[in-house]
Design a protein around this ligand. Structure first.
Ligand code: WT7
Length: 657
């Protein structure tokens, strides 16, 4: 069967090993159409970034030095002053663009809001004053735990305005995870909501905050957005007298004007926690000037943004770095008009995304391979119900995109006329690092192509020797403006985690290959970090959550290949003496992990075994376990207590596999 109007099948595309040059019609209006910008950046890297900083941002004070580099600590635009919020809002309003729409917001139940730059600035100033009224001062940390409502962007920008670093915690995380993050940064205030709509039901957040706060001591006030109750949901929210405040009451009472705080280029803008190879999430630090420069640059040129005419939609949640850089800071710095959507792609129907594209005339769509593979499963009938002809650029992020998904996206969503930008980057890099430029780069399905201008990447072998072609470890060889400045409270861990494996290089944790034409193909993590639906989660974190249950003696967790989510979490568990393996125990353990970490940590499958294969030095043989897991059909809820598995593990371990 063919999904292609021309009659070609996906197999035809793959067999041809086709390359996709930018269509001439696209090039005609593209911002960048040739390789000149790469040469320019290669000749004078610092000068190149300094030009971007000057072109794309408004500074209160110009910098003295572009870069101070004392490996592994970088300082960009040293001596410069600016405010991120002012760059996102005030300057657009002052330039007469206050009526431009910043966000077309759509709630899952179908309620909508149109928020202009002027509206957003007014609301942010009031909320910034409200935060000040709660005692938040420059430098204080504010935790944000919210659904995808406009107030989430308001809270982020209000923090930036007064110089209070925000720490956004994804709304799917558990009370324990939230408490850990609040404690690590001693947050003073938490901004949350009664809940958000998910698959037609209210997903409550405030009760989780209440549980988390029982284990924290730094929080003085909680601000609660009334999302569910105000949209017809039946929810009673407990408010603790003296601590909890309704957002709408604070904003109504706040002063309308709040001048933006001038910030040093290297002042902390935000913390965002991400999983590493150990059980303890790392507070990744991003500062102001360099971060804003690179997010504005990449958002403009990677998506070929024409802010007067484009309607841009990044489908991520602001709880992840993609949302920070490409829903809030990048698009707003560039004066873009964005769509923001609260809910899931299957509510009320499996065509919700395509309905949004048609309704708002979306021109640039940035989503994840796991979503694309889900849409493939749902069938072409869903996108075919809608007119998608407004689209002109498609983006992908979060994990390697398999060529089948790439080609499906190209044909069925992009109508074969839209360049696809497969963007490789990380929470730590802050902004896109390896990606095509849509008007200049000939793409290959599944390859993120080349490092962007001003970015230097190189593959190395086990000994750190550069590998110009073939497979190797992906490293970055020069500091870049939006790089992490460290791990909050732990400079040694920063050095140790990223800069010690290969001398003089940042090691990203990914394996990659470079082909004969110099194209980079990122293959995925080579460490104990799993990637499930584009979300990072460490094997150790899930193992710790499992052994926290009294029935579990030992656990080993692996990420097994999964057709939809990229990887799926599979846990091998040995139970304590008296407990018998059963479906019920498996279900209990899966829920236990969801309670400890959040749903994203819940194992897809639990496999009970009498013992775990270990090397002589006592290390669990994860690769063997991954092979075993990948060798069988993994059910969604099924819990295997399969004697064959145990046999296989024993046999393989004995054979030294
Ligand atoms: C890891 C970073 C960057 C925002 C979303 C994830 C994987 C990300 C790609 C891509 C291949 C990719 C890598 C990376 N990854 N984008 N285009 N091709 N792999 O941010 O949670 O910090 O995860 O995601 O493995 O190291 P993150």
């Amino acid at each position: 069967m063919s999904d292609d109007p021309t009659g070609a099948t996906i197999e035809d595309y793959l067999a041809e090993d086709r390359t996709f040059p930018p269509p001439e019609s696209f090039k005609a209006d593209a911002l960048l159409t040739d390789a000149e910008v790469y040469d320019e950046a290669a000749t004078d890297r610092e000068g190149f970034w300094a030009r971007q900083a000057a072109d794309l941002l408004t500074w209160r004070r110009e910098w003295d030095t572009v870069l101070e580099w004392d490996e592994p600590f970088a300082r960009w635009f040293v001596g410069g002053q600016l405010n991120a919020c002012e760059n996102c809002l005030d300057r657009h309003v002052e330039a007469g663009r206050g009526d431009r729409v910043a966000f077309h917001w759509e709630g899952e139940p179908g309620d909508t809001r149109t928020i202009t730059y002027a509206d957003l600035l007014a609301e942010v100033q009031r909320f910034a004053n409200a935060l000040k009224g709660l005692g938040v001062e420059k430098g204080d940390r504010v935790a944000i735990y919210m659904p995808m409502v406009p107030e989430l962007a308001v809270a982020v920008l209000a923090c930036a305005r007064i110089g209070a670093p925000h720490s956004v915690v994804f709304g799917g995380f558990s009370a324990d995870s939230l408490a850990d993050r609040i404690n690590d940064a001693s947050c003073k205030v938490v901004v949350t909501a009664d809940g958000g709509w998910r698959r037609g039901k209210p997903g409550l957040l405030k009760p989780t905050v209440d549980v988390a706060l029982a284990d924290t001591s730094s929080v003085e006030a909680v601000v609660v957005v009334d999302r569910i109750a105000s949209s017809g949901g039946d929810v009673e929210t407990d408010m603790t007298e003296g601590r909890d405040h309704w957002y709408h009451e604070l904003v109504a009472a706040a002063d309308a004007e709040c001048p933006a705080e001038p910030m040093d280029s290297e002042d902390l803008l935000y913390l965002l926690y991400t999983s590493g190879t150990t059980g303890k999430p790392k507070g990744i630090m991003h500062t102001t000037g360099g971060y804003m420069t690179q997010v504005a640059f990449t958002h403009k040129y990677v998506f070929d943004l024409h802010p007067e005419t484009d309607v841009y939609w990044c489908t991520a949640d602001i709880g992840w770095v993609t949302g920070h850089s490409y829903i809030v800071y990048g698009p707003l710095a560039n004066g873009a008009t964005s769509v923001m959507y609260e809910g899931t792609p299957d509510t009320p129907g499996r065509d919700r995304f395509w309905d949004l594209v048609e309704t708002y005339g979306i021109t640039i769509l940035y989503t994840a391979p796991t979503a694309i593979r889900t849409f493939m499963k749902w069938g072409v009938e869903e996108p075919q119900k809608h007119d998608l002809s407004s689209l002109r650029v498609l983006g992908s992020v979060g994990e390697p995109i398999n060529p089948e998904a790439w080609v499906w996206y190209h044909i069925n969503i992009g109508g074969e006329r839209c360049p696809i930008v497969d963007t490789w980057w990380q929470t730590e890099t802050g902004a896109i690092m390896i990606s095509p430029l849509p008007g200049a780069t000939t793409t290959k399905p599944g390859s993120a192509t080349f490092p962007l201008p001003g970015i230097s990447a190189e593959l190395v072998d086990n000994d750190g020797t550069p590998v110009p072609k073939g497979g190797g470890y992906l490293t970055l060889t020069e500091p870049w403006p939006s790089m992490l400045r460290g791990i909050y409270g732990d400079p040694e861990r920063y050095q140790e985690t990223y800069w010690s494996r290969f001398a003089g290089r940042y090691f990203a944790g990914d394996g990659a290959k470079v082909d004969d034409d110099g194209y980079t193909w990122v293959l995925g993590r080579v460490d104990d970090v799993m990637n499930v639906s584009g979300h990072r989660i460490s094997t150790t974190e899930v193992e710790s959550a499992l052994v926290d249950n009294a029935k579990v003696a030992e656990a080993a967790v692996v990420g097994a290949k999964d057709d939809t989510t990229g990887q799926a979490i599979v846990a091998f568990v040995t139970l304590r003496g008296s407990t018998e393996a059963s479906e019920e125990v498996g279900a209990e353990l899966r829920e236990h992990v969801a309670d400890k970490i959040g749903k994203i940590g819940r194992p897809k499958t639990i496999i009970f075994t009498d013992d775990l294969p270990k090397t002589r030095s006592g290390k669990i043989m994860r690769r063997l376990l991954r092979d075993v897991a990948e060798g069988r059909e993994l059910g969604d809820t099924t819990t295997l207590a399969d004697p064959n598995v145990v046999e296989e593990i024993r046999d393989r371990a004995a054979a030294g596999a």
